[in-house]
Design a protein around this ligand. Structure first.
Ligand SMILES: C[S@@+](CC[C@H](N)C(=O)[O-])C[C@H]1O[C@@H](n2cnc3c(N)ncnc32)[C@H](O)[C@@H]1O
Length: 445
């Protein structure tokens, strides 16, 4: 395949499909251009051997969505930046010739509804434009018109240009800062989880996301997408799906607080948001790797994990389609998969930690779920969660009465037995009324 058609194909992949597919295609494009082994030890270089890729990038930029335009702008900026001094003049000239178009695109992005508040997808463009001080007055003039003088100054571009002559080091520092900010905006942290952690629930093979149907590279099983979420349920799974849309809608505001109160016999309101978060803060000790929120529901527990460990670190899995859809809406940009606790779509020993809040009682086979959790944990990883103990009669009647579906109620020894028979070491068991918070750890080898 000629370079030109290879790059055209990469751009085609970029412009079809869903968000995460865009991100995976962008990563392929970037890896095609960027050398991981720098020829010059202090800088990475681009493998931009001919003009074809630059032509294709510049020709296609006008046709893409704002988020993708910003990614391509960052890539062009990085191309000029990483090869500065060595980039052949005709390549730089080509990229520079696009400045009027970049400025029009920025204007459109700023006008469009896609970009409100701080989420404006223009950091890549600002980084790119900062490499052309000879066009400072054109760029400054147009950007001040769209953004207003103050907002233009806040982009640091004016400063980058004005410092270039007398304080080149400061100017370069600011440009690198802008490049890093744009890099953080355009590179989707979810891609490495999709590639390295999510796996075929049938055979744990690697999944191929390059087409609209996800395909296992080992056993050829195929899986569909549900919006931006892969639907990774094994074919013979018989888990019941218990949460219809009508219940999910009222889950956060009504069902969860009442459910926890009744099941935990928590009439003194001891199990608060702060208590849940405090427990995670104290006991969830991740080793390297992502943190799984198993049976995430609409994302209450997922949000607690994100607040402590950051969005990039957390993956959420649930069986209910309706729950997943609400979670996707509640926690934008998070990594979600539909999966079953009985056959997790997660590679062996890939997780830094697992949490399972208010859910063990709802899983069809809690012991099997804990065995699966233990399989996916890295040595040293911790597993936290809370569930409920069966109260004595007559209160237990209402714990059972509450169920609109089959639920498990546990004993302290039962929970201990599940963890120990999954070869996890118990770190903490804390009982509050009828709720039990637990922490276990996978031993180091
Ligand atoms: C009570 S909700 C808990 C949600 C959340 N962790 C929280 O703290 O609010 C229990 C969740 O377990 C999920 N669930 C039930 N069976 C499952 C299974 N086999 N695999 C994964 N999740 C399952 C349900 O869909 C539901 O979202």
């Amino acid at each position: 395949m000629s370079t030109n058609s290879r790059f055209n194909k990469l751009i085609l992949d970029l412009s079809s499909g869903r968000d995460i597919l865009h991100s995976l295609a962008f990563e392929r494009l970037m890896n095609d251009l960027w050398s991981a082994k720098p020829l010059n030890p202090s800088r990475s270089v681009f493998l931009c051997n001919d003009l074809a890729c630059i032509d294709v990038l510049i020709e296609s930029i006008g046709r893409l969505t704002p988020a993708l335009q910003n990614k391509i702008a960052w890539l062009l900026g990085a191309l000029v930046d990483a090869e500065s001094g060595t980039l052949e003049l005709d390549k730089r000239r080509k990229i520079r010739a696009g400045i009027p178009e970049y400025l029009s695109i920025v204007e459109n992005i700023l006008r469009s509804d896609h970009s409100v508040g701080d989420a404006k997808e223009i950091h890549g463009f600002i980084f790119l434009l900062g490499h052309f001080p000879e066009d400072a007055s054109l760029i400054g003039g147009r950007l001040s018109d769209y953004l207003g003088q103050d907002a233009y100054q806040a982009t640091n571009l004016g400063l980058v240009f004005s410092l270039l002559e007398d304080h080149p080091v400061r100017s370069q520092f600011l440009l690198a800062y802008q490049g890093a900010m744009a890099c953080n905006q355009v590179c989707d942290a979810r891609t490495s989880v999709f590639k390295n952690v999510l796996a075929c629930p049938e055979c744990l093979g690697k999944l191929d996301y390059s087409a609209d149907i996800i395909c296992c590279q080992k056993c050829q099983s195929s899986y569909e997408w549900c919006s931006d979420t892969p639907n990774l349920i094994p074919k013979d799974c018989v888990d019941p799906e218990e949460y219809p849309e009508s219940l999910v809608k009222i889950y956060g505001a009504e069902t969860r607080p009442r459910f926890v109160r009744v099941m935990g016999q928590d009439w003194l309101s001891l199990i608060t948001h702060d208590r849940e978060q405090g427990y995670l803060n104290q006991f969830l000790r991740p080793v390297d790797g992502p943190i799984l929120d198993l049976a995430c529901g609409i994302g209450n527990s997922t949000q607690l994990l994100i607040d402590i460990f950051g969005r990039a670190r957390v993956i959420a899995v649930d069986y209910s389609t309706a729950m997943i859809q609400h979670c996707e809406r509640n926690i934008k940009g998070s990594t979600l998969a539909r999966g079953s606790s009985s056959a997790l779509p997660i590679a062996n020993e890939s997780l830094g930690a697992v949490n399972c809040s208010d859910a063990l009682q709802a899983l069809p086979d809690p012991q099997q779920a804990i065995l699966e959790v233990a399989r996916c944990m890295r040595p040293g990883a911790s597993f936290t969660g809370f569930t409920f103990l069966e109260a004595s009669w007559p209160y237990s009647y209402f714990q059972h009465r509450l169920h609109f579906a089959k639920r498990h109620l546990f004993t302290l020894d039962g929970i201990r037995g599940f963890l120990e028979s999954s070869k996890l070491e118990i770190v903490d068991l804390m009982v509050i009324e009828q709720a039990i918070f637990f922490t276990a750890k996978k031993p180091l080898k």
